[in-house]
Ligand binder design. Structure first.
Ligand code: GDP
Length: 403
C-alpha cells in the first residue's frame, strides 16, 4: 500500500512536468558502432533513473527492479523517460533509442523524427568515423541539434599513454571534425548556431564504462585537471577512478548539457515542423503543431510499434493536442479510423497508464490494431487537413572521413 502511494505520487509528478513543456527534452544517443551508445544510454538510465529520491525514495526504485527481474527483461529499453534536476528544477528527458547501425528500413529517420537533440558519442581513441558522419548527417537533415560526448578517455591513458597535451590535442581534433560535419550538413540558418564550443559547455568528455564525465566548465568548477585523470588511471587503484565518478557522475554532465543546449519541444517544433511535416502550415493542424498547442487537434507520430499480448503498443510523439483514451483518430497512410483505448507514459523503461499526454511529449497508446511504425494519427474531425510526416528517404554511406 505504501509502495502504491509512492508510485501514484511519482506519476502525478511526471504528469505535472509534462504539462510544462519548458521542462521536457526529447533526445537520442547517436554513434558509430562500438563507440559506446549502449553503455552511455544504460548508464544514464541506471543513474538518472526513474525518479529522484526526493520524489519517491529508494523503495520504489527497488520495487521496479524486482518487477524487472520477475519479467526477466533487461533494463535496456527502446524508450525511457529520465528524471533530472538542473538548478533545482525538475525535467523529464525522453531518451529515444536510435538504431546503432546504418539501416535501410527508415528506422533511424523514424526515431530521429521524434527527437529534438542528439548526444553524439565518439570513441576518443578512434575519433570521428564513417557512421558518426552518417548518423550526424541524418540528424542534421531532420533538424536535430547535436551535443558531443567524447567517450573512452581511459583508453587514451591506458592504451595510448597520452599526456595532458596529447589528450587536449585529440579533443581539439575530434571537435574540429564534428564541426566540419555540422558545417557540411546543417542548413545555413543552423550552421553557426549549432557548432559546438567546449568553452560554452556543449562538449563533455569521460568514460561511459566508468560512469564519469565532465564539460570544460565543469572541470574548472570542480578543480579536476587532465593530470588528475591520468593519475587516477595510472595508479592501479580502482578507488581513484570511483572517486572521479563520485565527483563527476556522467548523468550530471550529459543531462545538464541536454537541458542547457537542446531546445524544449515547443521551441524545436517551430523550425522542425516546416521541415518534417507535409501539410499546410496555415491550417488549424499546422498552426497547432507550430505552437505545440495541447488544446489543439491531436497529431501523433508513431515511431515504434511493439506487439504485446494485450495488443499493439505504439510509442511516438504528440506533436499537437493531447493524447487521451477514447479519442477517435484518422490513420493517415492507411485511410481508416480507430479509437485510442489506453495511454501510457514512460517511467524509466516502464510504462504506466496515464489520463493524458500533452503536445511535445513522448508516450504510448494502445487500441489501434494493425498500426505500423511511421504512421501519423490525426483527430478524426480534422481528417480533411491531415497529412503525413515527410516521405522517408534514405541516404547512402559516405566515404570515410578522417579518423
Ligand atoms: P555501441 O555499439 O555504440 O552501442 O557500443 P557499446 O556501448 O556496446 O560499447 C562497445 C564496447 O566499448 C563495449 O565493450 C563497452 O564495454 C566498451 N566501452 C564503452 N564505454 C567505454 C569506456 O568508457 N571505456 C572503455 N575502455 N570501453 C568502453
Amino acid at each position: 500500500m505504501k509502495k502504491m502511494g509512492a508510485r501514484v505520487k511519482v506519476i502525478s509528478e511526471i504528469e505535472k512536468i509534462m504539462a510544462n513543456i519548458e521542462q521536457v527534452r526529447n533526445i537520442g544517443v547517436i554513434a558509430h558502432v562500438d563507440h559506446g551508445k549502449t553503455t552511455t544510454s544504460d548508464t544514464l538510465l541506471a543513474g538518472a533513473g526513474i525518479i529522484s529520491e526526493r520524489v519517491a525514495g529508494d523503495a520504489l526504485l527497488l520495487d521496479y527492479l524486482n518487477v524487472e527481474k520477475e519479467r526477466e527483461m533487461t533494463v535496456k529499453a527502446a524508450n525511457a523517460s529520465l528524471y533530472h534536476e538542473y538548478n533545482g528544477k525538475p525535467y523529464v528527458i525522453n531518451l529515444i533509442d536510435t538504431p546503432g547501425h546504418v539501416d535501410f528500413t527508415g528506422m533511424v529517420t523514424r526515431s530521429l523524427r521524434v527527437l529534438d537533440g542528439g548526444i553524439v558519442v565518439v570513441d576518443s581513441a578512434e575519433g570521428v568515423m564513417t557512421q558518426t558522419e552518417t548518423v550526424l548527417r541524418q540528424a542534421l537533415e531532420e533538424r536535430v541539434k547535436p551535443v558531443l560526448f567524447i567517450n573512452k578517455v581511459d583508453r587514451l591513458i591506458k592504451e595510448l599513454k597520452f599526456g595532458p597535451q596529447q589528450i587536449q590535442e585529440r579533443f581539439v581534433e575530434i571537435i574540429k571534425d564534428v564541426n566540419n560535419l555540422i558545417d557540411m550538413y546543417a542548413e545555413p540558418e543552423f550552421k553557426n548556431k549549432w557548432k559546438i564550443n567546449p568553452a560554452e559547455g556543449n562538449v563533455a568528455f569521460g568514460s561511459a564504462k566508468d560512469k564519469w564525465a565532465l564539460t570544460v566548465p565543469d572541470a574548472t568548477k570542480k578543480g579536476i585537471t587532465f593530470q588528475n585523470i591520468i593519475d587516477a588511471y595510472s595508479s592501479n587503484n580502482k578507488d581513484k577512478v570511483v572517486e572521479l565518478f563520485k565527483k563527476a557522475p556522467i548523468w550530471d554532465a550529459l543531462l545538464n548539457m541536454v537541458v542547457k543546449f537542446i531546445p524544449n519541444p515547443k521551441e524545436a517544433q517551430k523550425y522542425r515542423i516546416p521541415k518534417i511535416w507535409k501539410g499546410n502550415l496555415d491550417s488549424d493542424l499546422g498552426k497547432a503543431m507550430m505552437e505545440s498547442d495541447p488544446n489543439g487537434p491531436l497529431v501523433f507520430y508513431a515511431n515504434a510499434i511493439k506487439v504485446e499480448k494485450a495488443g499493439i503498443v505504439a510509442t511516438g510523439r504528440v506533436f499537437s493536442g493531447t493524447l487521451e483514451p477514447g479519442k477517435e483518430v484518422y490513420i493517415v497512410s492507411s485511410d481508416r479510423t480507430g479509437r485510442i483505448l489506453q495511454v501510457s507514459l514512460y517511467m524509466g523503461p516502464f510504462r504506466e497508464l496515464t489520463a493524458k499526454i500533452p503536445a511535445g511529449n513522448i508516450g504510448a497508446l494502445m487500441g489501434i490494431e494493425g498500426l505500423k511504425s511511421g504512421e501519423t494519427l490525426v483527430e478524426v474531425s480534422y481528417k480533411s487537413q491531415a497529412a503525413p510526416f515527410e516521405q522517408l528517404h534514405y541516404i547512402s554511406e559516405p566515404v570515410v572521413t578522417s579518423a
